[in-house]
Write a protein that binds this ligand. Structure first.
Ligand SMILES: NC(=O)c1ccc[n+]([C@@H]2O[C@H](COP(=O)([O-])OP(=O)(O)OC[C@H]3O[C@@H](n4cnc5c(N)ncnc54)[C@H](O)[C@@H]3O)[C@@H](O)[C@H]2O)c1
Length: 276
């Protein structure tokens, strides 16, 4: 842990805290002595996380919130202020869904809208509602859970890539707007993490098989990703890329901007024939 650590004894709100990375963040924050408002569209799952936090000796509450609905995010902010002894000083916009397996033009508009409503509007609402409140604190933080998909532009993931690119752009913009204040912003950009994203999402056919195999073989644990995200915020890092492949993709795209799409397409075709 770091000097003046924000993630120690924080008053945190986490969206999508009922599973995967959100749940791991809640448990890690509890280990750091933080109070955690665990929210999820699935209240039972949020309750489960909150009770695991309490079992660790921490304090947590479960609140239902669908991040794709502005009025529910506004109600969440009011509820968090009611539950916590002092105002929220850490917000983690984590809730998100996975969509993939079809090319642009074949992906249904319903799947585009579902992804945009949760992955993009969820981050917009979370930042819109909480950023003005966080600015009132001496020290505060926002973590937006983006993805390596924010910049990797892998084929057959159009809606996911687009919404995660937007989550990164929002984080970068917020970081600039909040520079000179006490609010730090971190965009978490992992590659594969072992969670329930495939079971909960709409990744189709062969892409789902490939995703699950790769997640089993090389996925990082959600606990490790959670620790790295919180440490990154404490170190005031805007970008947290927990895995080496994320950092490699980031660099290759910058080194070879015009060849990048052809390389990505080729790798995707090779991997699909190797793993499926
Ligand atoms: N697992 C990965 O490989 C990976 C990689 C990069 C980024 N991410 C991102 O991490 C975040 C968390 O995903 P995860 O992998 O832990 O998946 P997960 O499916 O295990 O957890 C996601 C949680 O979000 C909740 N949720 C879904 N829609 C919601 C809504 N409208 N409102 C509130 N909650 C909602 C679900 O109920 C679930 O509890 C997502 O933003 C995802 O895009 C995941």
């Amino acid at each position: 842990m770091f000097k003046n650590s924000l993630t120690k004894n924080a008053r945190a709100v986490i969206t999508g805290a009922g599973s995967g990375i959100g749940k791991a963040l809640a448990l890690e924050l509890a280990r750091r002595g933080s109070l955690v408002v665990c929210t999820d569209i699935n209240l039972d799952a949020a309750e489960q996380t909150a009770s695991e936090v309490r079992r660790l000796g921490g304090e947590a509450w479960a609140v239902a919130c669908d991040v794709s609905k502005l009025e529910q995010v506004q109600a969440l902010a009011d509820k968090a202020d009611e539950l916590l002894p002092e105002p929220v000083n850490l917000v983690i916009n984590n809730a998100g869904v996975g969509v993939g397996g079809k090319a642009i033009g074949e992906t249904s508009i319903e799947d585009w809208e579902w992804t945009v409503n949760i992955n993009l509007w969820g981050v917009v609402y979370g930042c819109h509602v909480f950023a003005p409140r966080l600015r009132l604190q001496d020290q505060a933080g926002i973590i937006n859970v983006a993805s390596t998909a924010s910049f990797s532009a892998a084929p057959l993931m159009g809606p996911y890539n687009a919404t995660k690119a937007a989550a990164l752009a929002i984080s970068e913009t917020l970081a600039a707007e909040l520079s000179g204040t006490g609010v730090s912003v971190t965009a978490l950009c992992p590659t594969l993490v072992k969670t329930n994203i495939s079971a909960n999402g709409r990744i189709q056919g062969e892409s789902n098989d490939l995703f699950n195999r790769l997640m089993d073989r090389i996925g990082m644990s959600a606990d490790k990703v959670a620790r790295m995200a919180l440490d990154g915020l404490d170190k005031k890092q805007l970008y947290v890329m927990p895995q080496v492949d994320a950092r490699m993709i980031w660099r290759i795209k910058r080194l070879l901007p015009n060849s990048y799409a052809a390389i990505t397409g080729l790798i995707n075709r090779r991997m699909t024939s190797k793993f499926v």
